[in-house]
Design a protein around this ligand. Sequence first.
Ligand SMILES: NC(=O)c1ccc[n+]([C@@H]2O[C@H](COP(=O)([O-])OP(=O)(O)OC[C@H]3O[C@@H](n4cnc5c(N)ncnc54)[C@H](OP(=O)(O)O)[C@@H]3O)[C@@H](O)[C@H]2O)c1
Length: 263
Amino acid sequence: MGGILAEGLLRAGWDPGEVIMAARRPEQAQEAERFIGVPVVLDAAQAAAGRDVVVVAVKPKDVPTLLDQVAEAVTPPQLVISLAAGVPIAVFEKALPGVAVVRSMPNTPAAVDEGMTAYCGGSQVDSAALETAASVLAAVGQTINLSEDLLDAVTAVSGTGPAYVFLLAEALTEAAIREGLPHHAAEKLVLQTVRGAGILLATSPKSAFRLRAEVTSPGGTTASAMHTLEDGGFRALVEDAVRSAASRSRELGQEAAAQDQAG
Ligand SMILES: NC(=O)c1ccc[n+]([C@@H]2O[C@H](COP(=O)([O-])OP(=O)(O)OC[C@H]3O[C@@H](n4cnc5c(N)ncnc54)[C@H](OP(=O)(O)O)[C@@H]3O)[C@@H](O)[C@H]2O)c1
């Protein structure tokens, strides 16, 4: 996700000289440097020192170790933007006293500048810092400012959301093949349907409910499919999946906070 954001910043017009990344494995650093085209160092503190904005894009379990590494290098008025799912702002603020911290939750369509990122500012964040964070995150798509207590739900909806759509695409492709369509045709039909439906939903003033109602004539083929999905518990299953992802996000945050306290 850090690489996706770095690439997005370059596409948005940032100079490669303005961006530096850190990795912890030499092969990872070389690969990132070659593919992204910005310097990648093996020392997170070196990468963070003196930068206006420091983005933390390690797995939640790696956050406490990373914060230990950069604690002396990151000081006010630097701004830290965390992408780590579930990790509370308090964990960052404890490790980096006085530093402005913005917690965010992006998603992978950021790779094509169609990301959705929710973010919230910590106790040291003023409106200028919040604006800076929003402009960095907006390099890869849309942003929304929400309170921190909503970010686990965001993780479960838009952070995890692309996977729900990919699973639907997988299942639809498999069903298309079982209906006799050749593999390449099944893939093409599904890809363009997901893309077209997404663009229609995003650009139409009509709600998802309305658009669905319009393609569902009573007694028709879509009505038959919708009944099968509803009778099979589709809605309840989606709700369970979102609840489970939100709960896992809270657990990850608690694990990171406990690890931080132990360390
Ligand atoms: N992927 C998503 O869809 C998504 C969406 C929203 C938010 N996020 C958040 O974004 C964060 C990154 O996720 P990801 O999927 O991009 O993970 P990832 O592919 O594992 O990338 C994290 C990278 O950070 C490196 N790293 C770990 N500790 C380090 C340290 N101390 N110094 C330098 N580099 C270090 C890791 O090295 P190794 O390869 O050696 O482990 C790895 O290359 C997570 O916190 C996740 O919750 C991800």
